[in-house]
Structure formats: structure tokens, C-alpha cells
Write a protein that binds this ligand. Structure first.
Ligand code: AMO
Length: 441
């Protein structure tokens, strides 16, 4: 009889198990080989892998079970821990008892080498794809980054808020928004908690954050866009300038990367040789006009006063890496025509704004800035963007009864994971990616 209460994790056994003692391990059959009177099983649990050997002289029942094991079946084994030069880690378990909880059918994808299966098919079989320790590591890193972000926010005086994802108006510009039917009214899925996080500040919490879903009706098939992603949002009141917001973004992104690397360094080094393991002490900050100049000097055609294309961002990443020795850079003062209505314009040069993007290895991972908090100016900016102030009555009202100077930013969690690990497609960093084609699993 095996009870799972007796179970020990493989990593613990490999590290601290006593030779000659009996233990129970449980997990998935990673590989199985029958060799005459021996069956070699590599057993895998979430902590690691170990070799289990069944010899023909165990009970007849156990021998029959061992011989019929299939890859990815779920089993528990009771056995004696012995030293073994041939086994990985130098130890193995000699089986005495084997229980099969679930026998696996022949597998539809190769789970040992993810590169053998195209990503779309891997995602169709996501639960199997994630049995691969490399792929699992992506989500361990993501979880650690989210945890570290929460910890950073909490220790810097930010209050966590949970805002509605069903909204009456688009916040980030009209086109990329999902319409839903809300009883008898049209409604939308929130593109960002933007207006609500500002409300959090104005309501008197002063500093708020949210880690939650954001929805973008993004019709493009790129390796950087999802239609649903996790947004790490922050908003802070009583700022002197958007430099304060960049300091906060720098603090939280650093905390995320450091925590993930600190906890999973060996796994990251093993599976993601191209990962960034350390951020520079200070992230360089350049204005977008300096960025245009750097790009022009490198022979890239840019439109002054326009947003940077993704190609220009990629190129700028390379230039900054070369010139500043940094894989990450803040680009500031984006043109007004490339920013949403709530952005504060630069006082003396209103064609530019008090805003920034954070580019990591040539990809935007965060956007932020100072917000316009003067009622009349804000109203005018809504009109300037061709929006109807009537749709923003509740929002505008917030600026008539005492709104502090404030600013904030939104950080794309999957993009931070993607760029830290050097993944080539953002879908790898999303447990269940949604794109124009994919609604399952
Ligand atoms: P923005 O629209 O730039 O700004 O989004 C902020 C960050 O969210 C991530 N992101 C995405 N990630 C995956 N797929 C997408 N389709 C996608 N769209 C955006 C990016 C991006 O930098 N309200 C503002 C933020 C603010 O000013 O506070 C906003 O949402 O990493």
C-alpha cells in the first residue's frame, strides 16, 4: 500500500535522502526502457527527475506493472534509495511497489524537445507542452515577477485595487476595443484600468496599483501582441514630474527581474541561454528627439513628430545597447499626436508630452507619463482627440473637486517575461494565449 502522504519530492531525495532507506516518490513517467530483467524509468515531478529501477525479482504484479508503463503515465513508487554511478545525480530508487494512477496514451506531441513541434500545435496541447521543464520555467518566472511586483508596490505605499473590466467607453483610443452586449446596452472590455487607477489617486488613496487582464482587439498577427494580456498598472499622486513615475517603473521592473533571476537562476541559465540576468544600475533616459537623431545617424528613416515604429524601436534597442551598454532604455516626451487624451502636454512645447515608453531589448514593455489634471485643459484635450466629452462625464467630474498632480504607467507582464528570457514569441509567455484565431484551449 502506498499513501501519498508519504511522498517526498525528487529534488529533496536527490539532495538529502538517506542511502538504504525506503521512500515514496510520485509523478510522471518521463521515459521508460525495458532491458531484459530490468526496467529503467525516469520519473519526473515538479522539482526534478530521477531514475527508478525495477528488477524482475520484485513481486510479479509490480514487475508486470513496470514493464507496461508508458511515457507520461502518472505513478507512485515505493523503493530503496541506492547509489548508482550510471544514474543521473548519482542515485536511483530500486522499486518495491508501483501504483499507476493514470495510464497515458501515445503522445500527440514531443514533450522533451519543444522545438520539434510548431508553437500553434504546442498551444493546442498546452497541458502537455507545459510538462516540459523549460516551458514550465517561463511560468515560474512569471509568477515570481508578479509576486515581486506586489511586494515592491506594498513596500512603496501603493494600495492594490481591483477595477471593472466591463466598461462603457474605450480608454486608449477607439479601434482596438472589444464590444460586448451588456443586457440591452453596448459595452466594452477594458483596454486598461487607466481611468479607474486615476480615480484611485483622486479618491484619496494617492498611490494605487493593479495587476489584471487588459483586452485589445488587436487584429495583427505579430509575435508581440495578444488580445488579452496581464497589465501591471500603477498610478501615483503628488508627483513633481513624470521622472518620479519613471523612478517607480524602474524600481518595480528591477524588482521583478531580480526576483525571478534570484530564485530561478540555474533553470534560466540551463533553458534560456539568451536571458538577461541583470539590469544596469541606472536605466538611461533619452528624449524621443534624441532617439530620432540616433536612428537617423544609423541610417534609419524616421518621421520627426511621429511615434516610433516597431522596427525603429528594435533598431534603437541595438543602438542603445552599443552606445550606452544597456539592454533597456526610457524614451521620453512622445509627440502629442501619438499619445492618448489624458496625457499632459509639455508646458512650453505642446507638440510634445510628459510621457515615456520603456524599451527592453528593442521592444516596448511599459508606457506611462504625467496626466492632465486641470479640468478645462483635459476637456479640451478630449475634444482635440475627436472624442465626445459626454462619454467621459463621470471621468471629467473627478477633475472638478480636487485632483492632485499625478502620473502612472502600465507594464505588460508577458512582455517583461518574454524579453527577460529572450523568447521569440509572446504567446510562449501566456498560459492560454488569445489572438485573432485562438479561443481554445
Ligand atoms: P499601452 O497601451 O502602451 O498603455 O499599454 C501598456 C503596456 O501594455 C503592454 N501591451 C500589450 N502586451 C501584449 N499584447 C498587447 N496587445 C499589448 N498592448 C499593450 C505593453 C505596453 O507597453 N494606460 C496606458 C498606460 C499608462 O499610461 O499608464 C496603456 O495602457 O507592454
Amino acid at each position: 500500500m502506498i499513501t501519498l502522504k508519504e511522498r517526498v519530492y525528487i529534488a529533496e531525495l536527490m539532495e538529502k535522502g538517506e542511502i538504504g532507506k525506503e521512500y515514496v516518490v510520485a509523478g510522471w513517467v518521463d521515459t521508460v526502457r525495458v532491458h531484459g530483467k530490468l526496467v529503467f524509468v525516469v520519473l519526473r515531478d515538479r522539482s526534478g527527475k530521477m531514475q527508478v529501477v525495477a528488477k524482475k525479482n520484485i513481486s510479479e504484479d509490480a514487475w508486470r506493472t513496470a514493464k507496461s508503463l508508458t511515457p507520461e503515465s502518472v505513478v507512485a513508487v515505493r523503493g530503496v534509495l541506492v547509489e548508482s554511478k550510471a544514474a543521473l545525480g548519482g542515485r536511483e530508487l530500486q522499486a518495491r511497489e508501483i501504483v499507476v494512477y493514470s495510464k497515458a496514451e501515445p503522445l500527440p506531441i514531443d514533450i522533451h524537445d519543444h522545438a520539434k513541434t510548431v508553437l500553434a500545435k504546442r498551444l493546442d496541447w498546452r497541458f502537455l507542452d507545459l510538462r516540459n521543464p523549460r516551458n514550465q520555467t517561463i511560468f515560474l518566472v512569471e509568477a515570481e515577477m508578479a509576486r515581486a511586483a506586489r511586494e515592491w508596490f506594498a513596500s512603496n505605499g501603493f494600495v492594490e485595487i481591483f477595477t471593472s473590466k466591463i466598461v462603457g467607453a474605450a480608454t486608449e483610443g477607439g479601434a482596438e476595443v472589444f464590444s460586448i452586449v451588456y443586457f440591452d446596452k453596448p459595452a466594452f472590455l477594458a483596454q486598461s484600468p487607466q481611468l479607474y487607477k486615476q480615480m484611485g489617486v483622486i479618491a484619496g488613496f494617492e498611490r494605487v496599483y493593479e495587476i489584471g487582464p487588459a483586452f485589445r482587439a488587436e487584429p495583427h498577427h505579430t509575435t508581440r501582441h495578444l488580445t488579452e494580456y496581464t497589465s501591471v498598472d500603477l498610478e501615483m499622486g503628488f508627483i513633481d514630474s513624470y521622472e518620479d513615475v519613471m523612478d517607480a517603473v524602474e524600481g518595480v521592473v528591477r524588482a521583478m527581474v531580480e526576483a525571478a533571476v534570484g530564485r530561478y537562476r540555474s533553470r534560466i541559465e540551463e533553458y534560456f541561454p539568451g536571458a538577461v540576468l541583470e539590469l544596469p544600475k541606472k536605466i538611461p533616459r533619452i528624449t524621443i528627439r534624441e532617439a530620432y537623431k540616433l536612428l537617423e545617424a544609423a541610417g534609419v528613416k524616421v518621421e520627426w513628430g511621429e511615434d516610433l515604429s516597431s522596427e525603429a524601436e528594435r533598431k534603437l534597442g541595438e543602438i542603445v545597447e552599443r552606445e550606452y551598454g544597456s539592454p533597456i532604455v526610457f524614451v521620453t516626451e512622445y509627440p502629442w499626436n501619438a499619445r492618448p487624451f489624458y496625457t499632459m502636454k509639455k508646458p512650453d512645447e505642446p507638440e510634445w508630452t510628459l510621457s515615456f515608453d520603456l524599451l527592453f531589448r528593442g521592444l516596448e514593455i511599459a508606457t506611462g507619463g504625467q496626466r492632465e489634471h486641470r479640468y478645462e485643459v483635459l476637456r479640451r484635450q478630449i475634444e482635440e482627440k475627436g472624442l465626445n466629452p459626454k462619454n467621459f462625464e463621470w471621468y471629467l467630474a473627478m477633475f472638478r473637486y480636487g485632483a492632485p498632480p499625478h502620473g502612472g504607467a502600465g507594464i505588460g507582464l508577458e512582455r517583461v517575461v518574454m524579453q527577460t528570457l529572450g523568447l521569440s514569441n509572446i504567446r510562449e509567455a501566456r498560459l492560454l494565449p488569445r489572438d485573432p484565431e485562438r479561443l481554445t484551449p
